[in-house]
Design a protein around this ligand. Structure first.
Ligand code: FES
Length: 545
């Protein structure tokens, strides 16, 4: 390879796990960033090695990237295990790459720093600012209602993704990057830096330098992660109105770290944390505005009494030292609301339980029209996604604005991979009447950029025989968010009768990764990790003869 012995002897070897690929639209700048990381590693006296890992681009994978999150987590762990490396820089950003890389790193427990891809620039269309995903859903509804022609739609497509980087709404990518920041796995404040900002390149160089120092300090994830790390992440999730996907990912990450986090922790924390960040889809602004308003640090200053300030990160400081630094900019109250003037007094994620979801389900109630938070209506049932696509816009679909749309077989096993189908489309005939939100229930997930009255992650899912599997057309379902209840109005005798005739579908896969996932994936309330991947640390390395 052309290296002289002196170039690597005695130097920490830093793996750069790069999720770049030609089919990951969000990571198109990662080749340059990898070179910048290498520069930093050399500067600090390390030896960089770039190792490509699965890319998981959200846009162009089927059935859903979530199906492969655990595969990337396994790959990251094993790539770090099988090569002669001492530490790592984890390059990710597009939704699942963040939890996947961190899950793998937690299990392998090598010193590491996470390099977030950064949000893309704000979208633009005519005189409108566009937000990734959120404005696609919004304008698609207008297109379905006959209010947007082909030209306007093509202009929208051309203007919504103007640069490399991740979705710039508070979708899953932004949410997970901010949480990685708060958990102490990025350099402090790195999560909001726009992907094409020169500061992003400087941050990449700094990641390289810091990775070398982390090896010298032997600062491993197990020395940083505790219950407080996850409590801080959940608290921040509520204050930013983050993606419901973070619930699944944090549960999985906690399981890897050996921390007993449950859905009840999310609900408990949600009730006491105000929603402060005014970003789409729950609010108005975008990640660039959040960065310009001072980013994560300014937000955390507003809720510092709710955080465990002693938590330490890869940057070397405690949360308290970072958040209370004197150089902090003043609050921009339009983007980050002051504590006494929140957007909502409660966090954005409610956990509901009841006879339809004995193991729980979630609803981002701050992104829904308030009237749907207490509602009882008749179910319009779709057996699976194909059934939904076939019938949802049919003129003869018996549906009113008060109906409850139900989608089955969209969970971790049924999807497979729990696709983001949870924001069921509003039937066209209702769109034409001006309806823009309805109560929807499924065992699917929802894109973090999506919005509406969507009850998600119903567990156990219908494909493994959860009560959702037994719901029929016309059954009444009641949701009460203030009481955290979801109730299926059917007698126990009737439910038992239906259960007696219910049969699971045969496994979709007869071999390979699909069969492994089918057999091993846990339910949403456990994080959808594989059963055999919980816990931390490596098994002893085999002897090499
Ligand atoms: Fe990559 Fe949204 S498509 S973050």
């Amino acid at each position: 390879m052309g290296y002289d012995r002196s170039e690597f002897t005695g130097r920490p070897v830093i793996a750069i796990l790069n999720t770049w690929s030609d089919l990951n639209t969000c990571h198109t700048h990662f080749r340059e960033r990898a070179e910048e990381v290498k520069r930093g590693v050399w500067q600090a006296g390390g030896f960089p090695v770039e190792l490509p890992v699965m890319s998981l681009g959200e846009m162009l994978m089927k059935p859903t990237t979530m199906f492969y999150r655990n595969l990337l987590a396994m790959e990251a762990e094993e790539v770090l295990r099988c090569h002669p490396v001492d530490g790592a820089v984890l390059m990710g950003g597009c939704d699942k790459t963040v939890p996947a890389l961190l899950m793998g790193a937690f299990s392998m427990d090598l010193p590491c720093v996470f390099l977030p891809a950064g949000p893309m620039l704000k979208g633009r269309w005519r005189d409108q600012v566009l937000g990734s995903g959120s404005d696609v859903w919004k304008y698609w509804n207008e297109r379905c209602a006959g209010n947007l022609d082909d030209t306007a739609w093509e202009e929208l497509e051309d203007g919504i993704a103007r640069s490399p980087g991740t979705c710039m709404t508070m979708g899953t990518a932004s949410t997970m990057a901010v949480l990685a920041d708060v958990m102490g796995f990025t350099l402090p404040g790195a999560s909001t830096i726009p992907a094409v900002h020169s500061a992003h390149a400087r941050m990449a160089v700094a990641c390289g330098r810091r990775a070398v120092e982390l090896v010298r300090e032997d600062l491993r994830p197990s020395k940083l992660v505790s219950r407080a790390t996850f409590e801080n992440a959940v608290t921040t999730l509520m204050a930013i109105g983050g993606s419901t996907n973070a619930v699944v990912h944090l549960l999985a990450m906690a399981r890897r770290a050996g921390v007993a986090l449950t859905l009840d922790d999310f609900d408990r924390i949600s009730r006491k944390v105000p929603l402060l960040l005014n970003l789409r889809p729950t609010g108005e602004f975008l990640m660039e505005d959040f960065h310009d308003a001072g980013g994560v640090r300014v937000l955390l200053r507003e809720i510092r009494d709710l955080l465990c300030a002693e938590a330490r990160g890869v940057g070397g400081t405690t949360l308290e030292e970072w958040v209370m630094a004197e150089t902090l900019p003043p609050l921009n109250p339009a983007v980050i609301r002051p504590r006494d003037k929140p957007l909502a007094t409660e966090g954005g994620v409610a956990v509901l339980r009841g006879n339809l979801a004995p193991q729980g389900c979630v609803m981002k109630h701050t992104a829904a029209e308030p009237r749907w938070c207490v509602h009882r209506g008749k179910a319009v049932v779709f057996e699976d996604y194909s059934d939904l696509k076939r019938r949802i816009h049919a003129d003869d679909l018996e549906v009113t604005a008060d109906s409850v749309l139900v989608l089955k077989n969209a969970g971790p096993v049924g999807g497979p991979g729990m696709p983001e189908w949870g924001m069921l489309p509003i039937p066209k005939k209702l769109l034409k009447q001006g309806v823009r939100d309805m109560l929807r229930i499924s065992d699917a997930r929802m894109s973090g950029t999506a919005y509406g009255a969507c009850v998600l992650h119903v567990a156990p899912e219908s494909a493994v025989g959860g009560p959702l599997a037994l719901v029929r057309e016309g059954d009444e379902i009641e949701v009460n968010v203030p009481e955290r209840r979801i109730h299926w109005h059917v007698s126990e005798e009737e439910a038992a009768r239906r259960r007696a005739s219910w049969k699971p579908a045969p496994p979709r896969f007869v071999r390979g990764y699909g069969l492994l996932a089918h057999r091993e994936v846990t339910q949403a309330d456990e994080g959808c990790d594989f059963r055999f991947l919980g816990g931390q640390g490596s098994t002893p390395e085999p002897e090499i003869h």
